[in-house]
Design a protein around this ligand. Structure first.
Ligand code: AMP
Length: 183
């Protein structure tokens, strides 16, 4: 059995992220965070399964933030979510964990929101894009979202996306990503 991780300090996260975790009152990693963060930091692919409310968002957001190159304004992380509500929630979580990362930008894109506004934000550049499959496909087809610099893709609530019939859309998006990205 592996040694249980009791402290965020044991997870090789940078001082800026550790400071944020202290400020937002996270005292120790939840089991899914302790299990996932080292593998995601190492760039490995991973499937994580845990109940809602167990800290899954931070389990992928923290290590992916750690691996960002903030000087590169192309999207480096794409998170697909089944609903616009989850897209907004995940984007807010990234924003909150990245509060001390200089110049960090996250952008939620989802159907029902003005395309023009999303276009303007995409042109400005975002390190992390969080979106629903349909709207992400729209932007990819128009080439207003370019994934040349993508390093990681997250299928958040993948089971729910499958249940909602997004399998073909998700597969299509995966085909548009560079080879060898982290999933
Ligand atoms: P999630 O499962 O990602 O939706 O997270 C559920 C809730 O737990 C959110 O309100 C998070 O802010 C909170 N949370 C996540 N990780 C931790 C942690 N290590 N310690 C305390 N709260 C946490």
């Amino acid at each position: 059995m592996s040694y249980p991780i009791a402290q965020f300090e044991e997870l090789a996260l940078s001082p800026l992220l550790l400071q944020t975790l202290k400020e937002i009152g996270y005292e120790s990693p939840s089991p899914i965070q302790a299990a996932c963060i080292p593998h995601l930091l190492a760039g490995h692919d991973l499937i994580g399964q845990a109940q809602t409310g167990t800290g899954k968002t931070a389990a992928f957001a923290l290590p992916l933030l750690e691996r960002l190159d903030l000087t590169n304004h192309q999207p480096q992380v794409l998170v697909l979510t089944p609903t616009r509500e989850l897209a907004i929630q995940v984007a807010e979580a990234f924003q909150s964990y990245a509060r001390h990362l200089p110049g960090f930008h996250v952008l939620p894109i989802y159907g029902g929101q003005s395309m023009t506004i999303q276009l303007r934000h995409l042109q400005r550049g975002a390190h992390v894009v969080v979106g629903t499959p349909g709207r992400v496909m729209d932007h990819l087809r128009r080439e207003t979202l370019v994934l040349d610099g993508l390093r990681s893709i997250v299928l958040d609530e993948a089971d729910e996306m499958l249940r909602m019939g997004f399998i073909d859309d998700v597969e299509w998006v995966l085909e548009q990503t560079p080879e060898d990205i982290q999933i």
